[in-house]
Design a protein around this ligand. Structure first.
Ligand SMILES: Cc1cc2nc3c(=O)[nH]c(=O)nc-3n(C[C@H](O)[C@H](O)[C@H](O)COP(=O)(O)OP(=O)(O)OC[C@H]3O[C@@H](n4cnc5c(N)ncnc54)[C@H](O)[C@@H]3O)c2cc1C
Length: 357
């Protein structure tokens, strides 16, 4: 709960959403910054939390890593293709530990409140109204500020994922391509140390995934724990709306095909935070900051389009053709040509871990 001085105060910046995108922005900011989320930081996990190992390492939260993965296996009804990830290994991590670790690196004031609107330069929340020259929307696919928390079912451009925790222990990450299980989408098994997260994702945004997921669990001989799921974008949207910056799923930055949204939210969030700090310091105007961020995101539009095309192939071509393509991509010397480029996307080289306030 904020004290009266903070409740009344104007901020240098307001960051809405304290998950991957919001925390990445906030950890770059000094000054009078308000970080708002309707939930406690790290309390509500929506993701399987798979990302390259270098990500938690570069961000100083390596303690959150649960399991390291050197192999990615793609299982189809006719064959299994295995990718050697050792050039850029992946990991699965503990969401709460990861987010709490990033929160400890920020100087922002955290307020647990739901954002209900944005009008006349003020962010309205369940705990009051706050103003700042800079507002960054990192509230996920709903875009509480940039879309006005329209809620409901999104139309087009969104996939849907549902997963559950099981006690299946395994090695490596698994993607499952099987039209009988899910016609336009994929399944996954992501081991997390003790147990695995098993889920299904629909590129077509179909949200009734529980019956097919239960079929998959029966097939694997495991029982479900609690389920969680939500929409996530599969098309790059706009980076700014009016004078508001958008980061992560609120800007459609989740990668098509692989549904990797953590790394883009962290990368674009870090870059956005750097730009916002320059605005706060008076080095550039807000308009120049918005323009710089838009231009940075636009540089990646071609890569997003490419992944979108491959996602289309995955959901529209016969699975055995796509399996043949993935087998080709897993071969030497082809794999070393593209895997490190994909795996190192969004390197945080230039983002030294800030010292705690
Ligand atoms: C089932 C599933 C599995 C996935 N697995 C992976 C994976 O293994 N690896 C990967 O890279 N990506 C994965 N993704 C995608 C990834 O989870 C998202 O792309 C990523 O979480 C986006 O981060 P974000 O910070 O933009 O948004 P989010 O993580 O969605 O965070 C948004 C934050 O905003 C807050 N918020 C929302 N509305 C309001 C409001 N009105 N007021 C206040 N606060 C608000 C929320 O409480 C939340 O903390 C998965 C997605 C799903 C659905």
């Amino acid at each position: 709960m904020l004290g009266p001085d903070m409740a009344a105060g104007n901020y240098d910046a307001i960051v809405v959403g304290a998950s991957f995108g919001g925390l990445a922005v906030a950890r770059q900011l000094r000054g009078h910054v308000l970080l708002v989320d309707r939930n406690e930081v790290g309390a509500v996990q929506t993701s399987a939390c798979g990302t390259p190992l270098w990500v938690p390492e570069a961000l100083g939260v390596a303690g959150s890593v649960l399991q390291v993965h050197d192999r990615l296996n793609i299982r189809t009804p006719s064959r299994t293709v295995s990718y050697d990830l050792s050039a850029v290994p992946f990991c699965t991590f503990d969401y709460k530990a990861f987010c709490q670790g990033l929160l400890a690196q920020t100087r922002a004031r955290f307020l647990q409140a739901g954002v209900t609107g944005f009008a006349d330069g003020a962010v309205t929340t369940t705990e009051g109204r706050f103003t700042a020259p800079v507002v960054v929307d990192c509230s996920g696919w709903r875009g509480a500020v940039v879309k006005g928390d329209a809620g409901g079912t999104p139309s087009g451009n969104y996939s849907f994922g549902l997963e559950t925790r099981t006690d299946l222990s395994d090695e490596g990450l698994w993607f499952l391509l099987d039209r009988k299980l899910i016609p336009q989408g994929l399944g996954w098994i992501f081991p997390v140390g003790a147990g695995s997260l098993i889920g299904l994702g629909s590129y077509a945004g179909r949200s009734k995934l529980r019956p097919p997921l239960e079929r998959l669990l029966r097939q694997e001989g495991v029982t479900a724990g609690a389920y969680h799921g939500t929409y996530f974008p599969n098309r790059l949207l706009r980076a700014t709306v009016g004078r508001v910056f958008a980061v992560g799923d609120a800007a459609g930055q989740c990668l098509p095909l692989t549904a990797e949204g953590i790394r883009p939210a962290l990368y674009f969030g870090s870059e956005c935070g750097r730009i916002v700090q320059r605005v706060i310091d008076g080095q550039i105007t807000l308009d120049a900051g918005l323009d710089a961020y838009r231009r940075l995101v636009e540089r990646y539009r071609g890569a997003y389009r490419l992944l979108q095309r491959v996602q289309w192939l995955a959901s529209h071509t016969p699975t055995r053709w796509f399996a043949a393509l993935t087998a080709l991509a897993a071969r030497h010397p082809i794999l070393p040509r593209w895997w490190p480029r994909y795996g190192w996307f969004g390197r945080f080289d230039r983002a030294p871990v800030p010292t705690a306030p």
